[in-house]
Write a protein that binds this ligand. Structure first.
Ligand SMILES: Cc1cc2nc3c(=O)[nH]c(=O)nc-3n(C[C@H](O)[C@H](O)[C@H](O)COP(=O)(O)O)c2cc1C
Length: 325
């Protein structure tokens, strides 16, 4: 444990990513790492709209937990009572941390005034954190921390300090700041001074997020911003070993994707076509092991619609210990 009652085992965290960081993917990535390399991960958001989540629903969303690396549950919604009831269900389902999403820029979230829609009203963010922190405390004592994840702002980053303070004053024990605003989407440029501004504005630990591209960047982000933690999103999809900095062979890189494919196919509704789509989602960003050496190679992987041909090629590279180590 690094800070207060946060469960993380190192300062490096895997970001929540909807459509990717489900139990299957997380299980594989957590299995690659020692707890001193990867300190924690998050579920993708669980959307709370018309009714609170039930305990079984939260348990399904979290999946089995066989790793010593903790996984926080993320909730997204705009109705305080339903969010608080869902947080109670999360505690009953065994959540070790409850995180609140104030960053999702998707139209659906904005329409319901959830996710980054809430960045326009720091007062209601504070009330939301407080409602959830109170519910979690009632249900678990001080055992389970509540955290919040924001973007640097809605249209601009002028209020990042106010947004950070709102999350702290609501009772969160860590704040993650994605340094892009909602308006900036996923633009390639990042301004880490916004992270430093947030870190200076609050007393709780801040986790730096946005544009961390390499293992070396993890430490650089902490040094340059004064944040206690650093979180990686998309670069970890391209290189799941980024947290340890291990350079892997082409064969091992292919084996990860084979294992991912097999794990998807083994799920109750899994099939090869779905596995091909999910693997391509990673190949779009893949940087590990020289498996995708250039744009041409990437196009070949991404154009493959014949699922058996795709997995056969990956299996053959994974099995080739001679030429791909
Ligand atoms: C496909 C995708 C899905 C995402 N889903 C979530 C989510 O469920 N909850 C969340 O807080 N952020 C989500 N994010 C944002 C990431 O957690 C992270 O803040 C963002 O990608 C910036 O980090 P990066 O520059 O390292 O990718 C998502 C991002 C991507 C690319």
């Amino acid at each position: 444990m690094l800070v207060s009652n946060l469960p993380f085992t190192s300062p490096w965290l895997l970001a929540p990513m909807e459509g990717v960081t489900d139990p299957v993917y997380r299980g594989l990535v957590l299995g690659l790492h020692r707890p001193e390399d990867l300190g924690g991960a998050f579920t993708e958001f669980l959307r709370i709209s018309q009714r609170p989540a039930k305990t079984e629903e939260v348990a399904r969303h979290m999946g089995p937990s066989s790793s010593p690396i903790p996984v926080g549950l993320q909730l997204m919604g705009s109705d305080r009572e339903r969010m608080a009831d869902s947080a109670r269900a999360a505690i009953r389902a065994g959540a070790v941390l409850v995180d609140i999403n104030f960053g999702c820029p998707a139209k659906g979230a904005l329409k319901g005034c959830a996710g980054s829609g809430m960045l326009q009203d720091p007062g209601s963010m504070e009330s939301m954190v407080k409602a959830i922190a109170d519910a979690v405390r009632e249900e678990s004592g001080d055992r389970v921390p509540v955290t919040g994840k924001i973007r640097a702002g809605y249209n601009d980053a002028n209020s990042v300090a106010d947004l950070a303070r709102a999350v702290e004053q609501g009772g969160a024990q860590m704040l993650t700041v994605h340094c892009r605003t909602r308006a900036e989407g996923y633009c390639p440029e990042v301004d880490w001074t916004r992270l430093a501004t947030a870190a200076q504005a609050v007393g709780i630990p801040v986790c730096a997020n946005g544009g961390i591209e390499s293992h070396a960047d993890l430490d650089r982000a902490r040094q340059e911003t004064g944040c206690s933690f650093a979180m990686i999103g998309r670069a970890a999809l391209g290189n799941p070993w980024i947290f340890s900095g291990e350079e892997v062979s082409t064969q091992r890189a292919a084996q990860f994707l084979v294992d991912y494919w097999d794990a998807i196919v083994a799920t109750p509704r899994g099939h090869a076509r779905a596995a091909n789509g999910k693997v391509k989602q990673l190949l779009r960003l893949w940087s590990a092991g020289d498996l995708v050496p250039d744009a041409e190679a990437r196009t070949v992987w991404l154009r493959e619609t014949d699922a058996p041909a795709q997995i056969a090629r990956l299996r053959s590279i994974a099995a080739d210990t001679e030429s791909h180590t």
